[in-house]
Design a protein. Structure first.
Length: 183
């Protein structure tokens, strides 16, 4: 479903993206985590390309120690660690990942001034926050403290907050209960 709004698996295509991915990993993932990057060789073994079609050979990212090693001749996906180093891994191993969203601000904020009618979930289900049964904001929120806080976020306390749409932030995706914990 997230692809319907223009999201793509984040790939470390340039220094800015690598920096952002490392910051997100440091803030939200286990320090030993490796995330999927969108680079894979599933169509042609040994020829790694991003989901955007960029060849891995065109990047200057360093490999982690003892990588690439293609264990069992079955490592067709590229991961990134918190230090910005790559490794080849099996695409079948569950791992965390980051999605990149572009040009989404106008899609998410059709009625941004009516917080009780905010439709941040509308792209998926068409429901307002009130209709979902979860519209509990943190005390003092939504505040629009500096004009432009038109998107939603959730604190660790599980209470909602408003924030700027232009700023990258972690988000929640639904997954099956029996899916292995990876973060």
């Amino acid at each position: 479903m997230i692809f319907k709004i223009g999201a793509k698996l984040a790939s470390p295509l340039n220094d800015k993206m690598v920096t952002e991915m490392k910051i997100i990993m440091q803030k939200f993932f286990n320090p030993d985590s490796e995330i999927f990057t969108g680079f894979h060789a599933t169509f042609s073994r040994g020829n790694f390309y991003s989901t955007e079609g960029v060849p891995l050979s065109g990047l200057s990212l360093p490999w982690a120690e003892k990588e690439p090693d293609n264990v069992g001749n079955n490592e067709n996906c590229i991961t990134l660690n918190v230090d910005g180093e790559m490794a080849d891994r099996s695409c079948d191993e569950p791992r965390p990942y980051i999605y990149s969203l572009r040009h989404i601000i106008s899609l998410l904020n059709l009625k941004v001034k009516q917080y009780d009618d905010c439709t941040i979930l509308s792209l998926f289900s068409g429901l307002t926050l009130t209709e979902t049964g979860y519209n509990k904001f943190s005390p003092g929120e939504p505040s629009n403290s500096t004009p432009g806080e038109f998107c939603g976020s959730i604190y660790r306390s599980a209470l909602l907050n408003d924030l700027w749409c232009e700023r990258p932030a972690a988000f929640i995706c639904e997954k099956k209960r029996d899916f292995p914990p990876v973060c």
